[in-house]
Design a protein around this ligand. Structure first.
Ligand SMILES: Nc1ncnc2c1ncn2[C@@H]1O[C@H](COP(=O)(O)OP(=O)(O)OP(=O)(O)O)[C@@H](O)[C@H]1O
Ligand SMILES: [Mg+2]
Length: 302
């Protein structure tokens, strides 16, 4: 299988008046499906610029980016918007949740953009909230949650539609050490469970150690690229077990739930309050092995 991300001679120059800033020089990079890849670099090295290029948020000055064989650099804005909504999930440093919306509605939003009906959206969003240990907070607004909880909602939102690639730009930048570990382990666990490609941007070598591969950039150039033995390896049975680090699991942590296809909702689905009750009942069922096979839950992403 060809790499899911292929970057060819990628160059990005910003112009401010007569001044030029070379944010990316001439980047060549390939990232395999299912890899957790860290882009490591100091402030101003070009990490976010690279991420924005990989996600089709900005156009290159030169070169191109292929995702799943598609040349996203040649797409127009409408095609790019469509591409992102079908293929990309984001986790932001500042969470970027919709303040007026509940956790459930925030998580369900990417499914709405994919045209999935309300009941199915709510069911899948609730399931995702359960996987991040926040089922009981489904009705809470972002302001009613801690930073760590908000980021778990952000992670649930990124993963809910099982996009091909999740991009995370300094996802723990606003969190304390303990919460950072919880959030990193959660992202790794979900990425492994769904065989997602995760591209993590950070300046922090400790965080880079969660990745399979560490690509170092300095002044818009790749100066290092090495494989890494990740410090955290999730187990199926104990989703919150820690390999190298101590600490308690998040209080509301729950076992993984079996993968379920969006296109096959159970007949006669219950309303929202009943849905919560249904999820409560499901907790009593033993967790099934959640193989990533068929992990393309709701997607038309092949
Ligand atoms: N929109 C822009 N206009 C002009 N210059 C920009 C723009 N975005 C980024 N740059 C410049 O490009 C370079 C790389 O910026 P980038 O945001 O990618 O760095 P970064 O590695 O993400 O840094 P940080 O860790 O601080 O987030 C910097 O010199 C920055 O000033
Ligand atoms: Mg940045």
């Amino acid at each position: 299988m060809p790499p899911i991300i292929q970057v060819r001679n990628l160059r990005k120059v910003y112009r401010i008046g007569s001044e030029k800033v070379v944010a990316l020089n001439s980047i060549n990079l390939e990232i395999e499906k299912g890899q957790i890849c860290c882009i490591l670099g100091t402030s101003g090295s070009g990490k976010s610029t690279l991420l924005n290029q990989l996600a089709g948020l900005e156009k290159p000055t030169k070169g191109k980016v292929l995702v799943g064989g598609m040349n996203i650099s040649a797409m127009n804005e409408r095609q790019l918007a469509d591409f992102r909504k079908k293929n990309i999930g984001f986790v932001f440093q500042s969470y970027n949740l919709m303040a007026g919306m509940s956790a459930l509605d925030n998580v369900a939003m990417p499914l709405m953009f994919r045209g999935i009906d309300r009941k199915t959206r709510d069911r899948l969003a609730l399931k995702m909230l359960k996987q991040v240990g926040l089922k009981s907070r489904a009705g809470h607004k972002p302001t009613q949650m801690s930073g760590g909880q908000q980021q778990r909602v952000g992670i649930a939102r990124a993963f809910v539609s099982k996009p091909r690639i999740i991009f995370a730009d300094e996802p723990t930048g606003n969190l304390d050490t303990k919460t950072t570990i919880e959030v990193m382990e959660l992202m790794v666990r979900l990425a492994r469970r769904y065989n997602e490609t995760l591209v993590l941007v950070t300046h922090d070598v400790e965080l880079a150690d969660y990745a399979d591969r560490i690509v170092t950039i300095v002044d818009g150039n790749v100066v290092g690229d090495r494989m890494n033995t990740p410090k955290y390896v999730p187990t199926q049975e104990e989703p919150s077990s820690r390999k190298k680090q101590g600490g308690d699991p998040p209080a509301e942590e729950e076992p993984p739930v079996p993968e379920e296809a969006a296109e096959a909702p159970p007949a006669g689905e219950p309303s929202q309050p009943a849905l919560l009750e249904e999820e409560r009942q499901k907790q009593k069922e033993p967790p099934a092995p959640s193989e990533a096979a068929g992990g393309e839950g709701v997607a038309d992403n092949g």
